[in-house]
Write a protein that binds this ligand. Structure first.
Ligand code: ADP
Ligand code: MG
Length: 340
């Protein structure tokens, strides 16, 4: 983690994603904005179903056929939302790449891992087979796969989950993208392997200067692996701040709930300390005010009527979408014991 004053490589402004079905329009992502600078990691965090993956798919032009994205996405200064066919394919994999939760679904089971990496390179660059092969071997070594020569000729099912994820990372890095989107890259892995993969991503980010968007439902990963965090709830960003300040003093009641429900690492069994009571609202049944109000222990009448905007809050560049964040914080401070 480091300081970033460079111009963002990826800028997302007011991104929305809607599904068009017989019944009409279902909006799953609602006005999401964020930006990531070279060498920076932004974590997108939220419970399952809050719109993290759809946000990622919209950036890469991979939305399902019945979904439409609106808003603005700029990659290296260029508008890319709505690019289609060849134009999008040229960027995807080359300037913006993605790794997925379950590498087995993204890898081709009938091709050796070496052949797949070679293909990923040759799709974007006019290099000879021999040169692509040499680069693929170097990539396998770079993602710390032992004995790359042997692994090159193996099929994905012969590898462990962690090794498959390393292969996915090698493929994603094949053309040194400016932005890497990692969608729950370690959810299917055990805790030790998870830590190794996230450390590997951190190292590769530092070496290459790529920007990383780390998508996760686990706020526990954020302190160590992200510079900034945007917390999503029901398709919106509800809080966005530096990882350090957000973990130390969350402002939005939803972020507070997520932190309290975070599984603790340690010697004992991993267990949830507390679940956030209630359920995420259905897409077709969003409450009129704050979408979190029905589950929020701090909700008051205005929360159920007025949609809070994402306003400046707390420390520099922090934003929170809660009508009562300041009041809640003030009541905590006055309840705290006085004196040092
Ligand atoms: N193909 C689809 N058709 C209709 N709704 C969908 C489709 N894909 C996802 N959704 C809905 O969009 C919402 C966001 O999904 P997603 O982005 O996958 O969430 P996350 O990645 O945060 O778990 C969910 O409510 C999900 O049910
Ligand atoms: Mg997802």
């Amino acid at each position: 983690m480091s300081a970033h004053n460079e111009r963002p490589v990826l800028e997302v402004e007011d991104l929305s994603v809607a599904f068009h079905d017989r019944g009409g329009e279902l909006v799953a992502v609602r006005g999401v904005s964020f930006a990531v600078a070279p060498g920076e990691t932004l974590a997108l965090v939220g419970e399952s179903g809050c719109g993290k993956s759809l946000t990622a798919y919209a950036l890469l032009g991979l939305l399902p056929a019945n979904a439409r994205a609106r808003g603005r996405v700029r990659l290296e200064g260029r508008d890319i939302l709505g690019l289609e066919g060849e134009a999008m394919r040229r960027l995807r994999g080359a300037r913006i790449a993605m790794i997925f939760q379950e590498p087995m679904t993204a890898l081709n089971p009938v091709l050796t891992v070496g052949a797949q990496i070679v293909e990923a390179i040759r799709e974007h660059e006019a290099v000879s087979r021999a040169e692509a092969r040499a680069r693929a071997l170097a990539l396998l070594a770079r993602v710390r796969i032992p004995d790359p020569e042997r692994r090159f000729g193996e099929y994905p099912h012969r590898l462990s989950g962690g090794m498959r994820q390393r292969v996915m990372i090698a493929m994603a890095l094949a053309c040194t993208p400016a932005v890497l989107i990692a969608d729950e890259p370690t959810t299917a892995l055990d805790v030790t392997v998870q830590a190794e993969i996230l450390d590997l991503l951190d190292d590769l980010r530092c070496e290459t200067g790529m920007a990383v968007v780390l998508i996760t439902h686990d706020l526990g990963l954020v302190a160590e692996h992200a510079d900034r965090v945007s917390v999503m709830y029901a398709g919106r960003v509800v809080e966005t701040r530096s990882a350090e300040t957000l973990i130390a003093a969350p402002l939005h009641p939803y972020t507070r709930g997520l932190l309290a429900a975070r599984p603790r690492l340690g010697t004992g069994p991993r267990r949830r300390l507390a679940e956030i009571p209630g359920q995420v609202p259905l897409l077709g049944a969003m409450p009129p005010g704050c979408a979190f109000a029905p589950r929020c222990p701090f909700a008051a009448l205005p929360c159920r009527e007025t949609l809070p905007s994402l306003d400046a809050a707390g420390s520099a560049a922090g934003r929170v979408a809660c009508l009562r964040w300041n009041e809640i914080r003030a009541s905590e401070q006055s309840a705290a014991p006085l004196g040092a």
